[in-house]
Design a protein around this ligand. Structure first.
Ligand SMILES: [Zn+2]
Length: 431
């Protein structure tokens, strides 16, 4: 520590002293933007999304959002150069958490079951690079952070810049960029993400971060992926890959459920009870810090991904959080899922999946094998892509029968996903 100048050491304090760490740099990032006067548009967008979410709740007709991801591994030592297998497992965790297909949904307490929600958002490693060439959605760069202190830090965002020894993003409007690097070196933050920004009309031009190339998520390498062998000591509390779930929540506009303040500060949503503090990497189910705004006095919702409980106790998003994320996707991050629609569908011959009879009067069988022989989810849309059924989760490897006599005549699409692969097959309804 003594090699640092006093001024630089001051910068370190917000993120904890050496040996300590904080789950996420979001609060401090916003504080930093506030000091630069670049927070107003972010807050405006969040307010818009939250008031929509509170008024409308989750939209039954929402599509399944499928978002292409590029993971940039920026390594300075062999253990930081994480293998493809761990990256694939991390994407599976992310999908399970966002689709409420995680194995520990049974740990959600009964008082929160009515509001625990499938976010209807999936992620897949990009299959096309920005030039349209095939890719595995992973880049690898030998990081060489420049400057007096050769470290990656949230202040300069240097991991996101090739010129500063990191890796330039792929177009941030069309890909969720995730940088994985050694972030800890003195900063003690495990991840950070920028919430959506875009200057609404009549707002000062500099009221949001001007640099769209910083949009995305940064994760400290030992907590990327489940059971990462580098997650030792206190990091074993956060070794199930849920730091990324939390940060992607921020990327899609969510705030911490305790509102980063006392009982008077709120996250802006009704179905996450007020709380005055984070869960501190613990699993304290007796934690109940604030009186209710109205209704029954519910405990702090420590199982929410947007708190800081240990990974083993996080297992849900709430309905209003889902509605807010959908609002953000529709209004501020739309090219993300539009580009997802243009790529990522697997080779159908490898999937061996079919619908019959086709045309059908509303009763037809989904025959499956290949990747679809494991757990899958499926739903139907009309020809315009509007969802017309609830999501169905199918765990057995058997075929599945759709039987919906009320489906209207005409072309429909049957969407099928196992979390990593996605497929849409046409089905014609004719009576
Ligand atoms: Zn956070």
């Amino acid at each position: 520590m003594k090699i640092f100048s006093f001024g630089f050491a001051l910068c370190l304090f917000p993120f904890g002293l050496s040996g300590q760490w904080e789950r996420c740099g979001y609060t401090h990032l916003l504080k930093q933007l506030k000091e630069k006067g670049q927070h107003m548009a972010i807050e405006q967008i969040q307010e818009e999304a939250y008031s929509f979410a509170k008024q409308n709740g989750p939209q039954k007709s929402a599509p399944l959002y499928q978002i292409p991801v590029v993971v940039h591994i920026v390594h300075m030592s062999p253990e930081e150069n994480l293998p493809d297998s761990l990256i694939h497992q991390q994407i599976q965790v992310l999908n399970a958490d966002f689709r409420r297909l995680n194995a520990d949904t049974n740990l959600t307490r009964s008082e929160f079951l009515p509001v625990a929600a499938d976010a209807g958002i999936e992620f897949f490693l990009a299959t096309q690079d920005p030039q349209g060439n095939p890719t595995n959605g992973i880049t690898r760069t030998a990081g060489q952070p420049s400057g007096l202190f050769p470290i990656f830090d949230p202040f300069s965002d240097n991991v996101k810049k090739t010129a500063l020894g990191g890796k330039d993003p792929w177009p941030t409007s069309r890909y969720l960029n995730v940088w994985v690097c050694n972030l800890l070196s003195g900063f003690g933050v495990l991840g950070y993400a920028y919430p959506p920004a875009g200057t609404p009309p009549n707002w000062p031009a500099d009221s949001a971060p001007a640099d769209s190339t910083v949009q995305g998520v940064v994760i400290h390498y030992p907590v990327f992926g489940p059971n990462n062998p580098n997650a030792t000591g206190p990091l074993t509390a956060v070794n199930r890959g849920r730091t990324l779930t939390h940060e992607v929540g921020h990327f899609l506009g969510l705030r911490h459920i305790w509102g980063d303040g006392g009982c008077a500060e709120d996250d802006g949503l009704n179905d996450t009870p007020p709380s005055d503090s984070d869960a501190g990497q613990l699993c304290d189910f007796s934690k109940n810090t604030c009186p209710p705004v109205s209704g029954p006095d519910l405990p702090d919702q420590i199982e929410n991904y947007m708190d800081y409980a240990a990974d083993s106790c996080m297992n849900m998003f709430s309905q209003e959080q889902v509605a807010a994320m959908h609002y953000i996707l529709e209004n501020y991050r739309k090219p993300l899922y539009e580009s997802g629609l243009q790529m990522g569908l697997p080779n159908q011959t490898a999937v061996k999946i079919s619908l019959s009879p086709n045309p059908s009067a509303g009763r037809f069988t989904l025959h499956r094998s290949g990747w679809a022989s494991g757990p899958i989810s499926t739903f139907l849309t009309d020809a315009l892509g509007r969802r017309v059924t609830e999501l169905k989760y199918i765990n057995a490897s058997s075929n599945f029968v759709w039987d919906i006599p009320t489906l209207s005549n005409g072309l429909h699409w049957c969407y099928i996903s196992n979390g990593n692969h996605h497929l849409a097959l046409p089905i014609l309804i004719q009576r």
